[in-house]
Design a protein around this ligand. Structure first.
Ligand SMILES: [Zn+2]
Length: 171
């Protein structure tokens, strides 16, 4: 059985407004398109709405392998996503006519929703634009600079030099 597939039959028969808290941990290799280095901690609330099931995401936490834009080293980047909402509609006709996002449906054959797509989207939105090491890690071009200045001054100059970071998107 697919661990990302959840049964929502009870919610279908429940009153509108009924909420169900849900917490789980998913293996990183369920999302092989990302280089996740930790399992995904998932906390959400499923709410019965007239049109389907609203998925209120409390938090999604994991870690991802990314490359530091300054030193090109591989680093483990913590991802913490909080407070978003996605909807699964019962069937065609209940969904909004226009939506910029892909519309998701409850799989009525087995009363299930698949969490793969909403989690994948949330991770995509949370990808860091310009990940950097937590500590200062700029590589100095020792060979190109004469060794006349003390290291402390070189360090300050390097950090203050805007050319070094002109291609880095500001955070
Ligand atoms: Zn770095």
């Amino acid at each position: 059985m697919n661990p990302l597939e959840l049964k929502v039959k009870e919610l279908f028969f429940a009153d509108v407004g009924t909420a169900d808290n849900y917490e789980d941990r998913f293996d990183a290799d369920l999302f092989a398109e990302f280089e996740l280095t930790a399992p995904i901690q998932f906390k959400a609330k499923f709410v019965r709405v007239k049109e389907g099931i609203a998925l209120n995401i409390d938090s999604i936490q994991t870690k991802m392998k990314v490359t530091c834009v300054r030193c090109q080293k591989s680093i483990s980047w913590p991802l913490k996503i909080e407070g978003d909402e996605e909807w699964f509609y019962w069937e065609k006709g209940h969904e909004p006519e226009k939506s910029e996002e892909e519309i998701m449906f409850v799989e009525m054959r087995n009363w299930s929703v698949n969490l793969r797509e909403p989690i994948r989207e949330e991770i995509l939105l949370a990808l860091p634009i310009a990940p950097r090491c937590a500590k200062k890690c700029i590589e100095f071009k020792e060979a190109e600079e004469p060794e006349t200045k003390p290291l402390g001054e070189k360090l300050r100059n390097s950090l203050a030099n805007p050319r070094r970071s002109s291609k880095i998107h500001p955070r």
